[in-house]
Each structure stands twice: as structure tokens, then as C-alpha cells.
Design a protein around this ligand. Structure first.
Ligand code: C2E
Ligand code: CA
Ligand code: CA
Length: 641
């Protein structure tokens, strides 16, 4: 087959049109060719006396002029006009070729002078053969042109009776066949190239679309978001209130772990749908990472934006159904506003991410708006985190022990393990600063294990009736295998479980779940005691006291010492102590700094006390000394009685 798929598939038509456009985009060649035709035709019409030839040669000039004019017009036209002009192309080129061929044939048949014959035949043959090479984009037009220019000459030669012309009359049809082959070979090759180019362009577009879409939810992916977000910001005006909402779906990992990835995908799709429904018009929504979503939009005023934040948070918290499971995930939400002075996407994303970080660490408060103070605090935290990691390696941490005394007998009932960080440059750092950082980064798990193990080893050297109190962060409790880790630390130190008291705060119950109850029940069954720390600073819910196996309540030191202490706090301590007696619980008063405070809390009914009045937290060897002194009757601490 001369031409691959001679029927010209749709694809080939497109390719053909493209090739033709490429040729016609630069009309210079065609214009010169028209000029040549006008020159040849004009000369012939001028010199010849043979009427039919004069007429045909003049016609050639007219056709050449029309063709040149239309070529010029077409190169400048657009849209519909260009299409109409385009349609005239094949007709005109045929008329053009036909006239040239006829002129040449007439010059031979009517015996024009030899120089005129050379001009017209030579010109016609050049055009006929030249076109084939030059216009491979339209093979049928090329064949038509060749036939129309060369065949009249061939016929004229064949009827001339002269041997050389007879030979030319035979050569020309063969030439037409040869050039037809060449034309098609060239066309096929060009078409193949153009098709490959078109296909790879389409594939690139498809790949781009795929990369720009998240296949689970159908909304934009990270890459898609970035491209569209840049465009949205570029189109926004300086005083537009553009905001970025960054949502982090909570508990998706639990869903994946417990119900499988399909269920997780289902949750993501539901979340994406909720987001889609709530998103204001023109908003851009995308999925980022495994469980995060972004929403970028312009707002009429800040009130609108705050309303949306609340709505999104509520939407995400609404329970959803996957199969026959009811799932409650919820999302933390960080919001940042574009800085009018520098509407930079990276900055906006940094700010929203930071606000999200705060929203996540705020526990209950799920929506956070970015403020510049967050950046400073973050830098501080990042530094602290890096240093804390190094500190654990370098042994800069130590455990100190603060005694808890029986307020009736003055004897040491327990030591609370309190971590200390001796920084080589900054000196002693407070756990109030670094424990929250360790909690947020998860470092508390490593650190907490180390504290429990080290403290248990120290406690194993104390008399059997002295307890060890260890503070436990919620993060530690939620870590997998937490209870087993604690039991292992006790076994390793050979410390009976009944001598360990774990201090937890109410913040543990904010994410009230079965895992917490399981953890506490499992350890309580082994004999581990629990004490509710900092009582009075949180919800102070009596519900927790009855629900979980607490043996001790530690009344926060703000009720004992400090500016707010007065009749009211006295009454509170009294009430708590009374409840403790009724429930058979110990009540510890924290932060006892003076003898009067000791007196007050004792009279209020607290059974145990802790504070600087008795002793600060001391290193292990001094803790042993305190115990020794007490046992040998020196009773250094018995100031209490
Ligand atoms: P907390 O559990 O309430 O520990 C009692 C804090 O009160 C300790 O501060 C202690 O030194 C301080 N304190 C004791 N007596 C007095 C007093 O009479 N007056 C005053 N003003 N303060 C007194 P510290 O050691 O700085 O610890 C602060 C907090 O850091 C602890 O509060 C606890 O929440 C956390 N923390 C300390 N060590 C650990 C630990 O090993 N693990 C965990 N998870 N948290 C810890
Ligand atoms: Ca404590
Ligand atoms: Ca406390």
C-alpha cells in the first residue's frame, strides 16, 4: 500500500492538517512560485503571436495573481475566514497546475519558437517535479498537480512525431509514477513522526492529569494543588482575604490498622466529600500526604472564614459509617491568612502547617489560627528537641527524688521521681519546659522508659514500705506495649509492683478511650497504684475518680501555697480530703513550703504532704541519706510533728 491507511484515519487527517499548516505558515515559497508563474506566463503572452497560447499564458498570470493574493490573505486570517480560504487551496493549486501544463503542451503542439518552448516546458517540468518534493503534506494534491502539469506535455510530445519528444513523452509518465512513490514515502514518514509526537504529547498530558489528581478521593493531589494554588494566588488582588485551611484527620491510622486500608480509603473519600460540599465557590481542595487535606479560598471577611473553620471542624467530627462500623475520626485544623505584603504560597503553607501543629498539640482545641508568636515558639522547641535527643545520649539527664511524708507520723511514705536536665551551657533546665517538647515529639516514650527503669532501680534499695512515684505522660500510656514495658522495668529492678505509684493527670482522660482503661486495669491488677496528679487544675471531675482505680489524689500546689490561697481553697482541700477519707483514698498536699501550710492541710484532712518545707527533690544518694537519718532516729524531716 502506497499510503498507510489510505482511507486517512481521523488521526491522519489531524496530522495532515498539521503538516499543511506548517508548510502554509510560511507563505514566502508559495509567493515566489506565483511570481515565477506570472513571469513565465507574462513573457509567453507578450512574445507569442499564437492566439490560444497568448490566451492560456494570460490566464496563467491571472491564476498566479489570484493564488498569491489568497495565499497572503490566508497567512493573516484566523478562525472561520482561514478555514474558507483553506478550502480554496486544492482547487486553486489544480487550476494553477492545469494552466501551466496546458501552456507548455500548447507551445509544443502549436510549434511555438524553441526558446518559448524551453521556457514553458522547462518551467512546467520544474514545477511538476518540484512540487512533489515540496508539498508532501497533501499527497493527492501533489499527484493532481504533477498530472496536470506534466501529462499535457507528455501527450503533446507523444503526438509530435519527433523521436526526442517521443522519448520525453514516455519519460514524463514514468517520472509521475516515481515522484508519486517518493511523495507517499515522504508523507508516510512525516505522518508517522507527527503521530508519535502527538501521542507523546497526549500521554504527557494524561500523566500530568494523573499526577495532579489524588486517585483515592478524586480531588487534587499535592502537585495539582501547588499548580492551581499558584494560579489562584497570582489572580488574587492585594486586599483579598485568602486563607489556607490545613486539616489533619485524626485516628486514620487506627482505622487502617483495625479495619484495613479499604476502610481507611472510604473514610478519606467521605472526608473529601464533606470538604467538597462545604468549600466556598472557587475554593481549591486537595489531599496532602496520607491523612491531610487542604482548602484554599478567598473570603469576603474574617467572620466568614471563622465560621467556615468551625463548620469544617464539626463536619469532620461527625460520625461516619463504613460497612457496618460507625467511625468517629474528627480533624485538627490549622488556618493561616495570606500576607498581603508577600503573597507567597510557601509561607502561607508554613504558617498553616504551624497552626495545625498547635491545633494538634492543643488536644481539645481543634482549630488554631496562625499567629507570629508560633514561629518563635517553634524555633525554640526545635532547638530544644535536638538538644534533648543529644542530652539523652550524653547522659545529661538525672532523676531526683522528692519525699512525700505521712503528715501524721512524719515518716517518708514515698519518693516522687522528678527528671532533671543539666545542660553543659544553660545549666539546670526545668522539666516544665522540656517535658512538653518531649511529649510533642514522642521522645517522651524513650525518655519515660529510661526514667521508670532508672527510678525503679534506685527504689529497689529503699526500705520495703517506701513507695516510688513516677510521673507518666498520656503519650507514654498510649504507646503500644506501655503496660508491659513498665512491668518489665519493675522485674528488671526486682521492685514489687505494689511499690510503684504512677502519677497521671486528668489530661489523660481527654482522649478517653478503652486503651487507657485497659492500661490502668492491667497494671492495677498487678498491684501498681495510681494517683491523680495536679488535682484542681483541670476538670476536677469526680467521674474519673470513681471510674478509674485511683488510690491517691494529689491536690495541686496552687491550692496550698501561692497567691490564690485563702478561705476558698481551704474549703476545697477540706472537701477533697473528706471525699478521700470516705472513699479510702490518700490525699497528698503538694507544694508545702511553710510550717503553717503543713498545719493547715493536715487540719483540713490531707494524709500526706510534699514540698520544699520537707525537702526539695534530691539526687539518689541524698534520698538514701534522708531514709537512713529517719531510720536512725535523726529525724531530719520530722519538723512536721
Ligand atoms: P509535678 O508532677 O506536679 O511535680 C511536682 C513539681 O513541683 C516538681 O517540679 C517539684 O520540684 C515541684 N515542687 C515540689 N515541692 C514544691 C514546693 O514546695 N514549692 C514549689 N513551688 N514547687 C514544688 P519539677 O520537678 O520542676 O517538675 C515539674 C513538672 O514536670 C512535674 O510536675 C511533672 O509534671 C513534670 N515532670 C517532672 N519529672 C517528670 C518525669 O519524670 N516524667 C514526666 N512525664 N513528667 C515529669
Ligand atoms: Ca507529679
Ligand atoms: Ca503535681
Amino acid at each position: 500500500m502506497l499510503i498507510e491507511g489510505f482511507g486517512f484515519e481521523r488521526q491522519d487527517l489531524r496530522v495532515r492538517a498539521e503538516l499543511a499548516r506548517a508548510v502554509q505558515a510560511r507563505p514566502t515559497g508559495l509567493l515566489i512560485s506565483c511570481t515565477c508563474a506570472a513571469m513565465a506566463g507574462g513573457t509567453a503572452a507578450y512574445v507569442t503571436q499564437i492566439e490560444p497560447l497568448k490566451l492560456t499564458a494570460s490566464l496563467l498570470v491571472v491564476v498566479a495573481l489570484i493564488r498569491a493574493t489568497l495565499t497572503l490573505l490566508r497567512s493573516r486570517a484566523t478562525g472561520r475566514t482561514q478555514q474558507v480560504l483553506q478550502a480554496t487551496y486544492p482547487v486553486l493549486s489544480m487550476a494553477f497546475a492545469g494552466t501551466i501544463g496546458t501552456c507548455a503542451a500548447l507551445s509544443l503542439v502549436l510549434h511555438a519558437p524553441p526558446d518559448l518552448q524551453i521556457l514553458l516546458v522547462g518551467y512546467a517540468m520544474t514545477v511538476g517535479a518540484g512540487i512533489a518534493a515540496g508539498n508532501a503534506s497533501r499527497p493527492l494534491v501533489v499527484i493532481g498537480q504533477m498530472v496536470l502539469t506534466l501529462l499535457p506535455i507528455a501527450l503533446a510530445c507523444l503526438t509530435s512525431g519527433s523521436l526526442p519528444l517521443l522519448a520525453l513523452g514516455l519519460i514524463l509518465p514514468l517520472l509521475i509514477v516515481a515522484l508519486t512513490f517518493l511523495t507517499f514515502a515522504l508523507f508516510n514518514r512525516l505522518a508517522r513522526q507527527a503521530r508519535t509526537a502527538a501521542e507523546s504529547e497526549q500521554m504527557a498530558l494524561q500523566l500530568r492529569d494523573q499526577a495532579h489528581t489524588d486517585h483515592v478521593t478524586g480531588i487534587a493531589s499535592r502537585a495539582g494543588f501547588e499548580v492551581a494554588a499558584h494560579a489562584l494566588l497570582a489572580a488574587s488582588k492585594p486586599d483579598d482575604l485568602v486563607a489556607l485551611f490545613w486539616l489533619d484527620v485524626r485516628r486514620l491510622k487506627d482505622v487502617n490498622d483495625m479495619l484495613g486500608h479499604q476502610a481507611g480509603d472510604e473514610v478519606l473519600r467521605s472526608m473529601a466529600n464533606r470538604l467538597r460540599k462545604r468549600a466556598p465557590e472557587g475554593a481549591l481542595i486537595a489531599r496532602f500526604g496520607s491523612d491531610e487535606f487542604l482548602l484554599l479560598a478567598g473570603f469576603a471577611n474574617r467572620k466568614r472564614l471563622e465560621t467556615l473553620a468551625g463548620q469544617l471542624s464539626a463536619d469532620m467530627a461527625a460520625p461516619l459509617r463504613v460497612g457496618n462500623q460507625r467511625i468517629e475520626c474528627g480533624a485538627s485544623l490549622g488556618v493561616a491568612l495570606i500576607d498581603a505584603a508577600s503573597p507567597d504560597l510557601d509561607r502561607l503553607m508554613q504558617h498553616a502547617d504551624l497552626a495545625l501543629y498547635y491545633a494538634k498539640s492543643a488536644g481539645q482545641k481543634q482549630v488554631c489560627f496562625f499567629t507570629p508568636a508560633m514561629t518563635r515558639a517553634l524555633v525554640h522547641r526545635k532547638e530544644m528537641e535536638a538538644e534533648l535527643r543529644a542530652a539523652i545520649q550524653r547522659d545529661e539527664l538525672a532523676i531526683y527524688f522528692q519525699p512525700i511524708l505521712d503528715l501524721a507520723t512524719g515518716r517518708i511514705r514515698a519518693f516522687e521521681a522528678l527528671v532533671r536536665w543539666f545542660h553543659p551551657e544553660k545549666g539546670e533546665l526545668s522539666p516544665v519546659d522540656f517535658i512538653p517538647v518531649a511529649e510533642e515529639t514522642g521522645l517522651i516514650i524513650t525518655l519515660g522508659n529510661w526514667i521508670t527503669r532508672t527510678a525503679a532501680r534506685a527504689a529497689a534499695n529503699w526500705p520495703d514500705d517506701v513507695l516510688l512515684a513516677v510521673n507518666l505522660s498520656p503519650v507514654q500510656i498510649h504507646a503500644p506495649g506501655a503496660a508491659l514495658g513498665i512491668l518489665a522495668a519493675l522485674r528488671e529492678a526486682r521492685l514489687p509492683a505494689s511499690r510503684l505509684e504512677l502519677e497521671v493527670t486528668e489530661s489523660l482522660f481527654l482522649q478517653d478511650n478503652d486503651a487507657t482503661a485497659l492500661f490502668m486495669d492491667m497494671l492495677a491488677a498487678e498491684g501498681v497504684r495510681f494517683s491523680l496528679d495536679d488535682f484542681g487544675t483541670g476538670y476536677s471531675s469526680l467521674h474519673y475518680i470513681s471510674k478509674y482505680p485511683f488510690r491517691t489524689i494529689k491536690v495541686d500546689r496552687s491550692f496550698v501555697s501561692g497567691p490564690d490561697v485563702g478561705r476558698k481553697t481551704d474549703a476545697i482541700i477540706r472537701a477533697v480530703a473528706e471525699m478521700g477519707t470516705t472513699l479510702g483514698m490518700e490525699i497528698v498536699a503538694e507544694g508545702l513550703e511553710t510550717a503553717e501550710q503543713v498545719d493547715t492541710v493536715r487540719r483540713a484532712g490531707c494524709t500526706l504532704g510534699q514540698g520544699y518545707h520537707f525537702s526539695r527533690a534530691v539526687p539518689e544518694h541524698l534520698a538514701l541519706r534522708l531514709l537512713d537519718d529517719e531510720r536512725t532516729g535523726m529525724a531530719a524531716l520530722r519538723r512536721v510533728i
